[in-house]
Write a protein that binds this ligand. Structure first.
Ligand SMILES: Cc1cc2nc3c(=O)[nH]c(=O)nc-3n(C[C@H](O)[C@H](O)[C@H](O)COP(=O)(O)O)c2cc1C
Length: 553
């Protein structure tokens, strides 16, 4: 009897499950079929910024967001859409959608959005639709409302985010909330938007990003024969936003290449690293890249990238032309490559072509650093005795190291670098190897406070010299060396440097310093952005006309 009833229960359950599955399958299939607009979507690959607006506030903000994305057009392709003109079921085809939505009438959305809102609510509440129908879609919501309405403050934004999540869409940035009556709506929105851009850029948008080019304006996406394979951020060639290395030192990003000498043990010995750091183990053989080949490959790689940019909207012909003759090379000697024995030949080869060199490494092998020929800038820990410019670069991670002012001050005291770059961490998404979230990404104001605290701690040895708001980066410089008659000299006179190298006589960093332009100085209203550079602006009104405007006009 018991076994009969249990088998009945089992059969009933199985039948129910089968019906449920069949129904879910039917519903999702039906949803897709029922949606002729999906195929009508003129450009389903284009991401969307939706706005819901009655009196125009959200619409204006949405347009601002679009403008911001257009400035980063190499990363993003967005269209702006009034939600009333959108077929809700087209959402199933979207991969990235952003909403700027207002709340009205005690928590309701404006009349024009009711159809969309109903679809969203019904779909989210209908268990048959399933929680995965928007699983390919990422989204972000910014709500516009007034705190004066108490509990219904930004109710629509909150509800939208909740519904989208329930349908399987992935929220890329926490809900932004702006209060129209607070007086800071625009700032709050700007901060949220900038954060959004950073998140989306950090996510790589399909690029396999290995590094950020040390802030040199390109993303490293691989490595081959000692040369990093990079993808330029087109804004560098357009000039927009610039790079903090331009603001701080006068480096032209589009003329900067990167090379990493590779080094391997010829005996394929797993312990070779330790053996070779021991001077006694001289009999070991390294397998290494030829310095000349490294330089040629780096130039080849760089010019290839520049050529690829030809015809890209907004990229200036003069930048392409300049880019074809690189002027700087970042030599990455982080880890094993620091042992590369031919480093001085490599540096010589670059200098003979009047390509200045920036060394990026760590401080494990001070002896190797001491043996280096003059380069334009070292980036090491224990470099007190170097005559050339030395810099530490410190990445700030909120909640990890932003409180460690004393410890860092001690560290700076050991190396006494000429410069300290303090930069907010770039969010690259959370993964098994990185538990960082957007909460860990400092604001520019956090970076400024930390930098000022470090400067105070140094008792006047360091002062805040430059900032680049766009990169959340501040430069501290030794005031006795680089501040002459009250004027900062953090830039480099590259011509002078090459002439000094060619002279063969000893020289030091003061011999080739150049005045920092006023727009790059800490506290300047330009925030480190070169006003001479051009802003790329895409008009999307009728014929998608493209124009180039001057910033500040
Ligand atoms: C009659 C009225 C009702 C409103 N109700 C709410 C509300 O319930 N919650 C809220 O956060 N804001 C509320 N607001 C504030 C609006 O969201 C705010 O005015 C916003 O700027 C409108 O955006 P829009 O111009 O894009 O339509 C209300 C405003 C009005 C005039």
């Amino acid at each position: 009897m018991t076994s009969i009833s249990s088998s009945i229960i089992k059969t009933t359950l199985l039948t129910l499950l089968s019906f449920t599955s069949l129904y879910c399958f039917y519903k999702s299939h039906h949803l897709k079929k029922k949606s002729p607009s999906i195929s009508q979507n003129p450009n389903p690959k284009t991401n969307k910024i939706f706005y819901i607006s009655q009196t125009g506030t959200s619409k204006t903000l949405a347009n601002r967001l679009l403008e911001l994305f257009n400035l980063n057009a190499n990363h993003f392709n967005f269209d702006i859409v009034d939600i009333k003109d959108y077929e809700p079921e087209d959402l199933l085809k979207e991969t990235l959608v952003l909403f700027v939505v207002s709340t009205w009438d005690d928590g309701m959305c404006p009349q024009t959005c009711r159809f969309f809102e109903n679809w969203l609510n019904e779909s989210a509440e209908d268990f048959r639709v399933g929680s995965l129908i928007l699983s390919q879609c990422r989204f972000g919501v910014f709500g516009v409302g007034s705190k004066g309405y108490g509990e219904s403050y930004n109710a629509v934004g909150k509800e939208f985010a909740k519904r989208l999540r329930a349908l399987g869409a992935r929220e890329i940035l926490g809900l932004g909330e702006g209060d129209v009556d607070s007086g800071d709506l625009e700032q709050v929105f700007e901060v949220w938007s900038e954060k959004l851009v950073r998140v989306l850029k950090g996510g790589g948008e399909g690029n396999e990003v290995v590094g950020d080019g040390g802030g040199l304006g390109y993303k490293i996406i691989g490595s081959h024969s000692g040369v990093k394979i990079c993808r330029w951020t087109k804004s560098q060639l357009r000039g927009r936003g610039g790079c903090y290395k331009h603001s701080f030192y006068g480096i032209e990003s589009h003329r900067c290449m990167e090379a990493t000498p590779s080094l391997a043990c010829a005996n394929k010995c797993v312990f070779c690293w330790r053996h070779h750091t021991n001077p006694v183990a001289k009999s070991w053989q390294w397998k290494m890249d030829d310095p000349l080949e490294i330089v040629n490959a780096a130039i080849d790689q760089h010019t290839k990238m520049i050529k690829q940019m030809k015809g890209v909207p907004g990229v200036k012909a003069e930048s392409l032309l300049e880019g074809m003759s690189p002027r700087h090379c970042a030599l990455s000697l982080v880890g094993e490559p620091i042992m590369y024995p031919e480093i001085n030949t490599l540096v010589d080869e670059l200098h003979s072509r009047r390509i200045s060199t920036f060394l990026v490494t760590n401080a494990q092998f001070p002896e190797k650093i001491r043996m280096l020929k003059p380069i334009t800038q070292d980036s090491l820990k224990a470099l007190q005795e170097k005559d050339q410019r030395t810099v530490y670069r410190l990445t700030l991670v909120k909640g990890w190291n932003t409180e460690d002012v004393d410890a860092y001050a001690n560290l700076f005291d050991i190396g006494k670098p000429d410069f300290i770059e303090i930069k907010g961490v770039t969010y690259c998404g959370s993964s098994a190897t990185s538990k960082l979230t957007m909460e860990n990404v400092p604001w520019h104001s956090d970076v400024k406070s930390f930098s000022e605290a470090i400067a105070t701690k140094s008792n006047g040895v360091y002062e805040v010299a430059c900032e680049h708001v766009h990169s959340c980066c501040v430069l501290l410089a030794k005031s006795d060396k680089f501040k002459v008659d009250g004027q900062w000299h953090t830039w480099i006179d590259y011509e002078k440097f090459h002439n000094l190298v060619a002279s063969g006589k000893p020289f030091n960093s003061k011999d080739y310093m150049a005045a920092t332009p006023s727009w790059a100085v800490y506290g300047a209203e330009e925030g480190g952005f070169d006003p001479e550079q051009l802003r790329y602006k895409k008009e999307r009104h009728h014929h998608k006309k493209e124009t180039v405007d001057r910033v500040g006009e």
